[in-house]
Design a protein around this ligand. Structure first.
Ligand SMILES: Cc1ncc(COP(=O)(O)O)c(C=O)c1O
Length: 370
């Protein structure tokens, strides 16, 4: 009897670091300091180094990181922000929360990342920023995006929630933009044991503004310089993240090996489109996403063989009820709609074995041969 393969399983990863995580808990518990203490400071320092930026500011989630980055860049009411039409909803929510208007741009049909060639035609006199999203773990074409932004005086805010340690032309994602948001949601490549996020930046002034904004507008207790939020990363999550960060290079390589095995085993199936990585980008495979016209049937077939899958994402943002007021219609972003109708994420997690990847691939082959 073969056991099933879940879409995602944190248990093997967490099993290997249990003792270090327990120590981290004990240290914070013993310190009795649970908010903005030494654990957050240590994590911010190490995370900035990891990302080759001057500053990392720990915050409460990826959505909040993007919101604070936009706000610190001075983006608000009446401004437009260019963002890919195929992204997780949070990228667009952050733009809405600061009062700006999201302007959607189609992705490239091969890499699924924002198409730089379409950015320029979406720019209006109200455009203030571009938010590239390194979707599924692949770096966007950041050099082209930075050049367009420089030509038009736009800020760049990378959504790096899915792409810790990916790079374009050797430069890490999260280090290109003015201020960039990332997420430590538990299933992310670097995940906390709850919610968390960070803004990365190399600008002194932006770093200061974000530190103020995340902490009720205050750096000195009971002195409030601006109207801020409570969007702090807490000490326990920072301590857990510091442990996990020791393994991030190893885990990234493991993700890439599992993806390479899928690429090899699934090659050559008609009607199955495998992930394509831009020649100058790296992909850290937060998700391994294939595409097929028979997506729903394949998903059901895999489920019948106890193999879990997910769809990232079944409804593109412009067709979500939350955005009814924007007036977007079906057909407005055909590539994003096609992706939503055909994409399927296969299991990929730390501790997944080659035998498990082989089994998933074998069941996929069986589906296409029947
Ligand atoms: C692309 C993208 N942006 C933003 C977020 C928001 O992160 P969080 O869930 O930590 O708010 C996520 C993850 O959920 C994401 O995948």
């Amino acid at each position: 009897m073969q056991t099933g393969i879940p879409f995602y399983n944190l248990a093997p990863m967490h099993g290997t670091i249990w003792a270090e995580m327990a120590d981290a808990f004990q240290n914070v518990y013993g310190s009795c300091q649970f908010v903005l203490g030494q654990a957050v400071k240590n994590f911010e320092h190490a995370y900035a180094q990891l990302n080759q930026v001057k500053y990392a500011i720990g915050v409460s989630s990826g959505l909040d990181a993007l919101l604070l980055a936009l706000k610190a860049c001075g983006i608000g009411q009446g401004d437009e922000v260019i963002v890919p039409a195929n992204t997780y909803i949070a990228s667009i929510l952050a733009i809405c929360h600061v009062g700006a208007k999201p302007v959607l741009v189609e992705p490239r049909p091969d890499t699924y990342n924002i198409n730089p060639e379409l950015i320029e035609q979406a720019i209006t006199p109200h455009t203030k920023a571009v938010m590239p999203v390194h979707l599924y773990g692949q770096a966007c074409e950041m050099d082209a995006i930075m050049q367009i932004a420089a030509r038009h005086g736009l800020k760049v805010i990378e959504d790096n929630a899915q792409a810790h340690l990916a790079a374009f032309k050797g430069k890490l994602t999260g280090s290109w933009g003015d201020a960039n948001g990332t997420s430590f949601y538990p299933s992310k490549n670097l995940g906390a044991l709850g919610d968390g996020g960070a803004v990365t930046t190399s600008h002194d002034e932006l770093a200061n503004r974000i530190r103020l904004l995340r902490n009720c507008g205050s750096l000195v207790k009971y002195e409030n310089e601006t109207i801020g939020y409570n969007m702090r990363l807490d000490e326990l999550q920072a301590a857990f993240l510091s442990v996990k960060m020791r393994y991030i290079h190893k885990w990234t390589a493991e993700r890439q090996q599992l993806a390479a095995l899928y690429q090899q085993l699934l090659a050559g199936i008609d009607d199955l489109i495998l992930p394509i990585t831009h020649t100058q980008a790296t992909h850290v495979y937060h998700l391994y996403v294939v595409r097929t016209r028979r997506r729903d049937a394949l998903q059901q077939y895999l489920a019948a063989h106890q193999i879990g899958t997910l769809i990232h994402y079944p409804i593109p943002p412009h067709l979500q009820r939350a955005f009814r007021h924007m007036g977007w219609q079906k057909g407005d972003f055909p590539i994003a709609e096609e992706l939503a109708a055909t994409c399927l994420s296969l299991p990929l997690w730390i501790g997944m074995t080659s035998e498990q990847v082989e089994r998933v691939a074998a069941v996929v082959h069986k589906f296409y041969s029947t």
